[in-house]
Design a protein around this ligand. Structure first.
Ligand SMILES: Cc1cc2nc3c(=O)[nH]c(=O)nc-3n(C[C@H](O)[C@H](O)[C@H](O)COP(=O)(O)OP(=O)(O)OC[C@H]3O[C@@H](n4cnc5c(N)ncnc54)[C@H](O)[C@@H]3O)c2cc1C
Length: 471
């Protein structure tokens, strides 16, 4: 019997386990993955979005609460809980000392990191180093860690946690923190959520998973069966356009393609379908996964010419290279005539002003649909490059309803000993859209709260048990 059982092994789970242990609880952490794949999506991260009123170590200038909140409001289109969002924002300004205490190191941002030097603190060694530091600290503090332990059922009585099950093994605990991610790795569930489109395709069959293969949503399904309150839209997710040659799982950050705003993007019919220069790439990259998902065969092609080379973070795979545009069309398997018409129409529509990729410049198109509103320059300088794009799903937003204590609810009633943190409940703050680094802010804030609350619940429940024994 443990005081606190933590289900999951990524950032949110580790924050919860560390806080619960620091509060004096005995803690068991059940991680689905084997040791070498521990850490879920958190192992792929690079940074944390942090509120700060003045320069702080690796963070320059200021990023006040109101600006952070407005950024979140904009990307979510208002599908967020303001009280919880502001709580996360405030917590992001004070969590780094605690993180350092557990071995996390920060570094100034590297170049090519999507212009987030002011708003985001970068982990030295990335998320892998962060996760390793937390595991080391958890081991030193005496957290009992079990790998290869995918929880497949929970024993819950009247909204109260009793035990977690991994196959035939039953782990009883006084309180639980569910921090086992979303369901993005569960291809069947994502397929069912996205359904069939008007062309008879199942779009999700062509999605790639940017992170871990272990976030199957098994515990979320169990919680739905048990009647826990859920929120969010199962089709909403962070979804990025990534290189179509990426592996099905764990391609990570390097499979993203950052050249979209420097050229044009066409679908498999060789037609453009969206303004490639709508806004700065960091504000648009999470939109393009969904845009590609809506195209026939869920594929698109980012086309650039020699002028764009060296202006974006180098992708992990080389682009398809050709000396002429018709050659490029053929290499990419696109209809040559349609492709040449699209490129020619675009090139003729370009009204080139002073090109500057660091501002929303005045290079735009006129008389072509869709228009390109910034950074529009003719595709005319050999060699030409094409990159096939696929939707790369990062994490899903549908999950468990929670409050500022990270409590899980059943029919509007807070459970006395069940808590949620991280992706499994991130949708309370992030109903839609994304702003870089907020995933780790949410997981860190709620993970720390959930761990503290679970440790306190365990104390309460033990005291009640003693009282019952005496009476
Ligand atoms: C490529 C990539 C880059 C990213 N970059 C950033 C970034 O720079 N900044 C940022 O803020 N966010 C980033 N994110 C998003 C970020 O990873 C998530 O928001 C955050 O890691 C969520 O933490 P978590 O602990 O909830 O989930 P995870 O880290 O995914 O952890 C979930 C854990 O639960 C375990 N698990 C799943 N099911 C079970 C089960 N049934 N039983 C036991 N264990 C189970 C998994 O094995 C895993 O260890 C990125 C994501 C990806 C994929």
């Amino acid at each position: 019997m443990w005081d606190v059982i933590v289900v999951g092994g990524g950032n949110a789970a580790l924050c919860a386990a560390l806080m619960a242990r620091e509060a004096g609880a005995s803690v068991l952490l059940l991680e689905a993955a084997p040791r070498e794949w521990r850490g879920g999506n958190s192992q792929h991260t690079r940074n944390l979005r942090c509120m700060h009123d003045a320069p702080q170590d690796v963070l320059v200038d200021a990023y006040p609460e109101e600006e952070y909140w407005q950024d979140l409001l904009k990307v979510t289109g208002g599908i967020t809980n303001e009280a919880l969002a502001r709580m996360v924002i405030r917590a992001s300004s004070t969590c780094r000392d605690w993180m350092r205490k557990h071995g996390v190191r920060f570094q100034p941002p590297l170049s090519g990191t999507l212009h987030v030097a002011r708003t985001n603190a970068f982990f030295m060694g990335g998320g892998k180093a962060l996760v390793n530091a937390y595991y080391r600290s958890a081991e030193n503090l005496g957290v009992d860690i079990r790998y290869d332990s995918p929880v497949d059922d929970l024993e819950i009585r009247g909204g109260r946690f009793v035990a977690a099950k991994v196959g035939d093994i039953r782990y009883a605990g006084n309180a639980v923190v569910l921090a086992c991610g979303g369901f993005e790795s569960n291809r069947e569930w994502v397929r069912e959520a996205w359904g069939q489109n008007e062309r008879g395709e199942w779009p999700a069959d062509n999605f790639l998973v940017r992170g871990t293969r272990y976030n199957m949503g098994t515990v979320l399904k169990v919680m739905m069966r048990e009647g826990a309150d859920t929120m969010g839209d199962p089709t909403q997710a962070h979804c990025v356009a990534i290189d179509a040659r990426s592996p099905l799982y764990d391609g990570g950050i390097c499979t993203r393609l950052d050249c979209v705003s420097l050229g044009i993007v066409v679908n498999c019919d060789a037609h453009r379908f969206y303004d490639e220069g709508e806004d700065f790439w960091p504000k648009r990259y999470a939109l393009w996964g969904r845009l590609v998902a809506l195209q026939p065969k869920q594929i698109a092609y980012s086309i650039i010419d020699a002028k764009a080379v060296g202006r974006f973070m180098p992708p992990v795979f080389n682009g398809i290279k050709a000396d002429t545009l018709p050659d490029l069309a053929r290499e990419l398997g696109l209809d040559e005539g349609e492709f040449m018409k699209t490129v020619t129409d675009f090139n003729n529509a370009c009204r080139v002003g002073s090109f500057d990729h660091t501002i929303q410049d005045d290079c735009h198109t006129a008389g072509v649909t869709p228009e390109k509103t910034h950074w529009a320059r003719p595709i005319d300088t050999a060699p030409f490059y094409g990159y096939a794009l696929r939707p790369g799903i990062t994490f899903t937003y549908f999950g468990l309803t929670t409050d500022d204590k990270a409590s899980i609810f059943f029919n509007g009633q807070a459970s006395p000993n069940m808590y949620a943190a991280g992706e499994i409940s991130a949708g309370n703050v992030l109903g839609k859209g994304y702003t870089a680094g907020v995933g780790m802010s949410i997981g860190t804030a709620f993970g720390r709260i959930a761990g503290t609350q679970a440790a306190a619940a365990a104390v309460r429940i033990k005291a009640q048990g003693l009282l019952h024994a005496v009476v």
